[in-house]
Design a protein around this ligand. Structure first.
Ligand code: SF4
Ligand code: SF4
Length: 443
């Protein structure tokens, strides 16, 4: 990939509109530098955008960023989000300093949160004690049990990393650090939804999970270009099947006990609220990314020259966030939706998904359909009756978790019917198939 020189602010910043009352920036103090070499990582290639750089945010810039980021928020809380590459490669002192700057610059009464995404391999007692003391929320990347995790998550020598990540999970538990698991869904683990879910729930013992689909573009630049994806990517059908598989287990035994991000999104939307996650919101543009040298980009998935808004040492952060170009980046998500999405029965929750994945053409030939459409559509339709039940519980000030008791009764009743059904009868589940080709197959 040719090196790219990033000097002039892009035309995205021309014209300032109004900044949103709150915005979110993923900060990459070590840029794309990482101690692992996960095959599907979309960020490692960004190293080539800064030839000769040390990839290390200095203290003066850290303080400047802290000041501007806090000043830009017109709400009483602010979250500092640390990402990479691998942010822990900055060393503990950097984060101690950052907490110091946050305390120095926060407004009276303001709540400051920190969220750090890590591969976990460098965590030790000192790190975890620091996280606990400063109430960091940790996102730990783990793709399932060893053979599924190590399929792609390897170190620079190609060696497996599962053991170190598992050790990190134990350390986080030991110190009582709040953490969630970020699992990417790809060709290796997608066929095993229930195994992955049970592993995270029962072995890692996490209560918070995110399942992020890998849609990896197949091109030479590493940018969001071209319409081909690599074989490691999950297919849309696999992703839908994966989510449904986990949902079926969750909705029968873990509601209110285990929190899966996309299930929360679905419940929010089905109960008449905003989905709450940028990819499923109507518009986006309030979740940006900043590189180690102060360069600001429209989004973590668009750290590339055409989406560079400028550098916070040259242009005030708030001006770039509120610029006309950045607002347009966000509203384009809504304004470029194909008619196929506008007519879709689950548009209210899907909203066409993330623009970075809109590489398909609709059946009637319009570009801009999401690569994951078939999966999203299957999942959001599948959960409708369950979401409607839980919404009704919420509206009547009852716990959504009541659905588990209801389903247990339903399942029991169905089982009784199965026991009385002959092989060639229609299946009592309502599938329209013969019993022997449906639930009677085992019998
Ligand atoms: S481009 Fe995608 S990931 Fe980025 S802010 Fe928009 S919806 Fe979110
Ligand atoms: S499910 Fe497919 S058609 Fe429906 S809004 Fe999402 S991407 Fe568009």
């Amino acid at each position: 990939m040719p090196p790219v020189t990033l000097q002039a602010p892009s035309k995205l910043t021309s014209g300032v509109i109004a900044p949103p009352p709150a915005f979110h920036i993923m900060l990459k103090p070590r840029g794309a530098i990482c101690n692992l070499d996960c095959h599907y990582c979309y960020f490692l290639s960004k190293e080539s955008m800064y030839p000769g750089s040390q990839f290390r945010m200095d203290e003066a810039l850290l303080e400047e960023y802290t000041k501007q980021y806090i000043a830009g928020q017109r709400v009483p809380e602010v979250t500092f989000a640390w990402q990479g590459g691998e942010p822990t490669l900055m060393g503990l002192e950097f984060f101690q300093k950052s907490v110091e700057f946050q305390q120095k610059h926060k407004r009276p009464g303001m709540r400051v949160e920190n969220a750090l995404q890590t591969n976990g391999t460098l965590l030790d007692d000192d790190w975890c004690a620091f996280f606990k003391q400063n109430d960091f929320l940790i996102g730990l990347s783990m793709d399932g049990p060893p053979r599924l995790h190590d399929a792609y998550r390897v170190d620079k020598g190609g060696k497996p990393t599962w053991e170190k990540v598992m050790a990190a999970a134990h350390l986080l538990h030991k110190h009582g650090v709040r953490f969630n698991i970020l699992t990417t869904v790809h060709a290796a683990n997608a066929p095993h939804p229930v195994e992955v879910y049970r592993f995270l729930r029962d072995e890692v013992k996490t209560e918070f999970m995110q399942f992020i689909p890998i849609v990896e573009r197949d091109n030479a630049t590493g940018y969001q270009e071209g319409n081909d994806v690599k074989d490691r990517s999950v297919t849309a059908e696999q992703y839908g099947h994966f989510l449904i598989g986990i949902f079926e287990e969750w909705v029968r035994r873990d509601v209110g006990r285990v929190f899966v991000q996309i299930f929360d999104v679905a419940l929010a939307a089905y109960s008449g609220n905003r989905p709450g996650l940028c990819i499923f919101e109507e518009t986006c543009g309030s979740a940006l990314a900043m590189e180690h040298n102060g360069d600001l980009f429209s989004c973590d998935h668009y750290v590339e020259p055409n989406y560079r808004l400028g550098n916070i040492q040259e242009i005030p952060l708030i001006e770039m966030v509120g610029s006309a170009g950045q607002r347009k980046f966000g509203t384009d998500k809504r304004d470029t939706l194909p008619q196929y999405c506008l007519d879709c029965e689950v548009k209210f929750v899907c909203n066409g998904g993330c623009p970075k994945d809109r590489i398909l053409v609709t059946p009637d030939g319009e570009p801009g359909l999401n690569y994951l459409c078939a999966g999203y559509r299957a999942f959001f339709n599948h959960v409708r009756p369950y979401m409607n039940f839980m919404t009704n519980e919420l509206n009547n000030r009852r716990a959504p978790a009541n659905i588990m008791g209801y389903l247990a009764q339903q399942d029991k009743r169905l089982q009784e019917l199965f026991n009385r059904t002959n092989r060639n009868d229609p299946c009592p589940c309502g599938s329209g198939r013969k019993f022997k080709q449906c639930h009677g197959r085992k019998k």
